[in-house]
Design a protein around this ligand. Sequence first.
Ligand SMILES: [Zn+2]
Length: 286
Amino acid sequence: MDINKVSALSTGTVRIRPEHVGPTDKNLYVWLATSRSWTAPRPINAYVVEHRDGLVLFDTGQDRASVTEPDYFPGGLNGVIYDRLATFDIGPEQTLTRLLAASGYDIRDVHTAVLSHLHQDHIGGLPELSRARIVTADAEWRSMRRPLAAARGYLRNHIERPDLRWERIHPEPLGDADVAPFTDGHDLFGDGSMLVLPTPGHTPGSLSMLVRRFGEPPLMMVGDLTYDAELLAAGTVPGVGKKSELRRSVARINELRERHPDLVVLAAHDPAAAGRLGVPGAEVTP
Ligand SMILES: [Zn+2]
């Protein structure tokens, strides 16, 4: 058995705008400037996979420093955008290291961390992961390096840390008909148990990860492609990102589901996600 246990941990909670979850016809900057309400607190999930060759994370959550250090976020106009976009609550026990320890893991045992994308609520554990291989899409890295990074959600000073060991992946042909309509991706350990798949839309280089285990439903970790697996199943896309690409990525996952009706979709900020993992196969999205 290549994969033993899969679990979720949440590095605090985030409240976002209802338009962010979607659906909405409004432009991002219109709802960002005018929205007056927040959602209920939602998780900031990182997923933990016990693979035979080591511990794998999908996303790393949000850094507690983001709520304790006043200069973590940029100031000026960018700061206003971040303040309007989300509000966070991260307690002292909700660092990646402490959450892993509470689940019986040592942060030093993390072999690989795959980042769905490079926004700040997914890269927060990086300062604690200097021993691990950090996997991101080359397309995402290039997007981060383009001008006006902070305005697009990329805090380069928290990403381009000198102590990290990055692996920037390029999707390559998988030759695996079982994952159609996906044709290209990256086989994380070369054993087919974890396939990193391009699902652009939220950002240009957004990745999902398909986890396949013997005798249990396949898991699709999708980052911020959706905030609610039931909305994704209905083909509905969120209010952030590039709509045409979001629709294409969502459609591909739903097409994959036709072949695998028991597919479990795990988003980073879906309040129902952890429950779907609790009892494998018991709660399957419609
Ligand atoms: Zn996020």
